[in-house]
Design a protein. Structure first.
Length: 403
């Protein structure tokens, strides 16, 4: 059936999750749904991110169960205790949809190799009677949300990403759990590195920004870290880790490696394959393997001619699966309620944010206005390949801001 609002209701709020899963998405869905229902709105969960709005058939007799569902307190309350997103997700970009992904009922209308199906996304939002749309996602998902805002849709965005790299906010849902798991797993892997007197190389998330490598290192999880913002020399890293290893009673050293980091004078990132998603990204992966191989070779120059063996591990989905930590349970609750505050005030075209430890909101245009990366001059020591430890007075909880 369609999404017409029941008599006496204020209207309909649509909510979706796009891009990679993170812990904290289900608590955000719960927060929006509980508050919206109690304020008199009907809530529709759009399934599989933007794909649900692409594939939806605007016919009351059509089976759209895989494209949207009406949300209740019971449904979201159970899901909020878990990680991931029960609405599912995708990397669909309706403005850049390959012909192979155009749904059957639209194939006569969209016949190009790449299609902009936004006109039908707008029709489907009208069919669902969506008054406000709450997309939860990273900069890719929210860049299309900005497009819908420009088309006249009332959009209120909520930022999420493991990398914490959405511009306009100091915090994105998922980041705290990622940092927590990175610290825990790195400490667990120390036992193997120490037992065999090796270098421990751990690859972590971070395409453009090194927050997920830098903050765990600052917290003591690693001796050194390499980040996307600073290409580095493998010999220099080998020298630093050899020094760290020589000073460690268990004869090992640890480095966190951002997946988007690069060797000095090498422009190409490390990809798993050549296939691109609809936002133009190839899947990153394998840079930790390259660092490990080169590090082993270079280590002999700083260890009396003997190479140091490597424990090499990519954390990957281990840091994004499972339940959220405390912060990724609290922040989604606050973001969801802030989004409802904006809707009740008649405000749209905004993104919930945290700036200097305070909840706020910013224009959704900031998502595409710049890249959010580590301010190297403030937070990273290039020579020592580790965070800068200076004054922490008046800095927010996670130290590094989005300024």
């Amino acid at each position: 059936m369609g999404g017409g609002s029941k008599k006496g209701m204020k209207g309909t709020i649509g909510i979706l999750t796009g891009g990679g899963d993170v812990p904290g998405l289900n608590p955000a869905i719960r927060a929006v749904t509980f508050r919206a229902l109690r304020e008199g709105y009907r809530v529709v969960g759009i399934r599989r991110g933007w794909a649900g709005l692409v594939d939806l058939i605007p016919d009351v007799d059509a089976d759209n169960s895989t494209n949207f569902q009406v949300l209740t307190e019971d449904a979201v309350n159970r899901a909020a205790r878990t990680g991931g997103t029960f609405l599912h997700s995708s990397r669909t970009r309706p403005s850049n949809l390959p012909r192979s992904l155009v749904p059957p009922h639209l194939r006569d209308k969209y016949t190009d190799e790449i299609n902009d199906v936004t006109p039908d996304v707008l029709k489907n939002l009208d069919f669902l009677k969506v008054d406000y749309l709450f997309p939860i996602g990273g900069d890719d998902t929210l860049s299309y949300a900005q497009r819908l805002h420009e088309e006249g849709v009332k959009v209120i965005a909520i930022p999420k990403t493991m990398d914490n790299d959405v511009p306009g906010t100091d915090y994105c849902i998922g980041f705290s759990t990622c940092v927590t798991r990175t610290i825990e797993l790195t400490h667990m892997l120390r036992t193997s590195a120490g037992s065999h007197e090796r270098f421990l190389v751990i690859e972590v998330f971070g395409r453009y920004a090194g927050f997920t490598a830098l903050l765990p290192t600052m917290a003591g999880a690693a001796d050194r870290c390499v980040i996307p913002e600073c290409p580095f020399e493998i010999d220099h890293l080998a020298e630093l880790l050899s020094y760290d290893r020589s000073r460690n009673p268990s004869s090992y050293a640890v480095v966190l490696v951002s997946e988007g980091a690069k060797f000095d004078r090498e422009e190409e990132l490390s990809f798993e394959g050549t296939e691109q998603d609809q936002y133009g990204h190839k899947k990153l992966g394998g840079f930790g393997d390259k660092v490990a191989a080169r590090l082993k070779e270079a280590s002999a120059r700083f260890n009396g001619g003997r190479r140091v063996n490597i424990v090499n591990q990519r954390l990957g989905y281990l840091v994004r699966c499972g339940e959220p930590d405390a912060i990724d349970s609290i922040v989604p609750m606050a973001y969801g309620n802030l989004a409802l505050d904006l809707a009740l005030s008649g405000v749209s075209g905004r993104m919930a944010s945290l700036r200097q430890g305070r909840y706020d909101h910013v224009p959704i245009e900031v998502v595409t206005g710049s890249k959010k990366v580590v301010d190297v001059s403030k937070y990273y020591n290039r020579e020592r390949m580790r965070p800068t430890y200076e004054t922490f007075q008046h800095l927010p909880l996670f130290i590094m801001t989005g300024e």
